[in-house]
Design a protein around this ligand. Structure first.
Ligand SMILES: *Cc1c(COP(=O)(O)O)cnc(C)c1O
Length: 354
């Protein structure tokens, strides 16, 4: 890698757009900060590193990402405490992006360089990081194939971009979820553990059907037998049965969430018994029937913890215990939200001050 950190060209916006944003009423994913970072891959190397005003792109109708989906992304957040801005586990996001890249035949990004570029971007757009209790700056790195070629092969050229969006709180109410037993999010040997664009397109249709039946999200099950629980919506899923934290293990079809890893790490640290293993739909439904299922929740960057209020399975809805009674997930939610804002001791090196 011969691109030096000093090679990032910076062009600042003439007039900030920040005054156009109502920070008390932020629309998720629709407000974009002043600047973005871009770089290009061609001739076998990453080049043209730039921080410049957020702007439209121009590309050929034959751009291969649009046709064949060689496209991956990441999602992470920056948080404010007073004048300080913190990032949470950004290194893990770039490492995961390179695992996704590997699976999709996309060239790897120089992790340290991109990490540095992100810090520079956040320094320039620091006043876009909202200060509200539940607010943060959502960071979206993504990488896609740009060859002007309608033929199926790994592209020789790519674009990598990071833009950011100020966001308020993500979920408003505890989720009603339906166990999906017909459609599949990801199969063994497929691309479920890569954060690639096509996974999300494939999930829209079954999710829409569930929404028409009054559910917010699906609980995805394995593609072969629909017997094992994998994820919920675009989050990892976990349960408390009795006093145990139970999480589906990373089977190859499950996205290795950084929030998931953080929750498991905290649970072990706090002395909970933790089981990472195949989790059957049957055992969860049985535990819901007998009242042993104390908690169920999704884990992901967007919401941190998304409480599950109700699980629908084969036409029957199982109501779970009241949210206030959920000792573990409420504690994790509070702890992580405080940690991410520099209000807890960080003994894992997860927090980075910008
Ligand atoms: C991004 C994502 C997650 C959560 O990952 P985090 O790193 O915790 O944000 C879980 N499942 C899917 C399918 C995802 O795309």
């Amino acid at each position: 890698m011969n691109t030096a950190i000093s090679d990032i060209k910076i062009k600042k916006i003439a007039q900030s757009r920040i005054h156009e944003v109502d920070f008390d009423n932020i629309k998720f994913g629709r407000e974009f900060s002043d600047h973005m970072f871009t770089m290009e891959y061609k001739d076998g190397t990453w080049q043209n590193l730039e921080i410049k005003p957020y702007q439209n792109l121009s590309f050929s109708p034959a751009m291969s990402a649009l046709h064949y989906g060689q496209s991956i992304f990441e999602g992470l957040k920056a948080y404010r405490k007073g004048d300080d801005v913190f990032m949470f586990r950004a290194k893990d996001n770039f490492a995961r992006m390179n695992r996704s890249a590997h699976r999709m035949c996309i060239p790897e990004i120089p992790e340290e360089l991109v990490h540095h570029a992100l810090k520079q971007l956040l320094t320039i757009d620091a006043n876009w990081v909202p200060g509200g209790e539940e607010s943060s700056l959502y960071i979206r790195p993504f990488l896609f194939a740009t060859d002007e070629y309608v033929g199926i092969k790994p592209s020789a050229t790519y674009k990598f971009i990071i833009f950011t969006c100020p966001v308020g709180s993500y979920y408003t109410e505890p989720l009603k979820v339906k166990v999906e037993t017909e459609y599949t999010r990801a199969a063994q040997g497929g691309v479920g553990e890569a954060k690639c664009a096509g996974n999300y397109a494939a999930s829209l249709y079954p999710a829409k059907q569930a929404q028409e039946n009054g559910y917010h999200q699906l609980v995805w099950t394995d593609g072969k037998e629909h017997k094992y629980i994998e994820e919920s919506g675009t989050m990892n899923i976990m349960f408390i049965i009795g006093n145990k934290l139970i999480s589906p293990n990373l089977s190859g079809a499950i996205l290795p969430g950084i929030t998931r890893n953080s929750v498991l790490t905290l649970a072990k640290d706090w002395g909970y018994e933790v089981e990472e293993r195949p989790v059957t739909v049957d055992e969860i439904i049985k535990a819901a029937q007998t009242g042993e299922l104390k908690e169920a929740f999704g884990a992901g960057t967007a919401a941190t913890i998304a409480q599950i209020a109700l699980i629908g399975h084969e036409g029957i809805d199982y109501k779970l215990p009241a949210i206030e009674t959920r000792e573990f997930s409420n504690r994790v939610y509070d702890f992580l939200n405080n940690l991410k804002r520099g209000n807890e001791t960080d003994k894992w090196g997860w927090i980075e001050k910008i």
